[in-house]
Design a protein around this ligand. Sequence first.
Ligand code: MEV
Length: 438
Amino acid sequence: MNQPFSGFSKLSKEEKINWIAKEYFSTPDEAKALLKQYWNTDEKIQKLHDEFIENTITNFYIPLGVAPNFLINGKYSTIPMAIEESSVVAAASKAAKFWSTRGGFKATVLNTEKIGQVHFIYKGDISKLELFFAQTKSSFFSETQSITANMQKRGGGILNIELKDKTNLIPNYFQLHATFETKDSMGANFINSCLEQFANTLKKEALHYNLFTEEEKNIQVVMSILSNYVPNCIVRAEVSCPVEALEEKHIPNATVFAERFVQAVQIAEVEPYRAVTHNKGIMNGIDAVIIATGNDFRAVEAGIHAYASRSGQYSSLSHAKIENGIFTFWLEVPLALGTVGGLTSLHPLVKLSLEMLEKPSAQELMQFVAVAGLAQNFGALRSLTTSGIQEGHMKMHLNNILNQLEATDEERAAVRKHFKHEVVTHSGAVNFIENIRK
Ligand code: MEV
């Protein structure tokens, strides 16, 4: 196709599929059949999914798994995880079980403040702008009353609004920097609505402010938007136990293990190349729970990586120490999450996941997510500092290899038996199957 298709979104779903199949596939009927095979048989559910986004043609599945045996603050939970990577749920479950006999996970929400900004251009006397802001500040609260009334009933609302002078960065650039408490909602809509009203109030009040010159009255709002960087919306998750209690079948020498583990974390603290991969492992756990519970993983990813760089150098989100014979491993991450609003009351599997977590508040969900991240990090570091990552990873990946090779049930049984005590490699599995097939 060499020219734009205007009006594509106006086509029916059937028409869109027909066009795509004809335009891009050598066997259009096969492509159409595949797309339809992934439709939900329940029309109501399919319609719901169709309407989440524009131009839906089918559903894209990823598995929803569960990791049981998570002892968190003295209570057992089963954590739902939506993820495609073979070893993640297995590693989470293993770490959960390991820590369940060593005191479990402790999780604490440190704070829950969200942030939004109105970015604007003001050309004039800064002290006059400061006076204007001090004199009109209450209007920003009063003129958002209709938006904040419900949130205030739930104990949330606008916490503060500050004027920030950013003219050292860009000429004439200022901000209204506002902080919010949004209780069990992630708060994006609430915050953005408040900010857009702040922008209107700002422009309107400036036009009527007698001390301003004509140029000063003409405030230009560039944009009003929440920030996904929430360094004051932090949850901490921790595990700890006496070093000798770390001992088990795969950890014959607990002291050596604990020391190597702490070194591995220290490397991620000082070495950005390692820190990125280390934190990626944490995000395996975090994203999986975020997706299963219908939260915005892009927002969470962006905010967490910004937090990991807050010192000016990208660093580990987790930390570990041995003090007085006690091994402690913990992480602190910013998480702006919701358990009401958004997808949480729409997507049937999100509702199910939240029910599995016993309908958590946003703060409780923050704790589950941070714990899943810490568990995942523990699992990865335990493998990396002992057997290496590939042993467990390839065992879990074996299914994918067998599926690629379209192995029969007998072939699968023979392969599993063979690799029970052997290291799995892709070529090893392929050769083994080829030999059987001969
Ligand atoms: C793989 O998805 C994640 C790991 O690379 C994390 C890590 O290296 O810590 C295993």
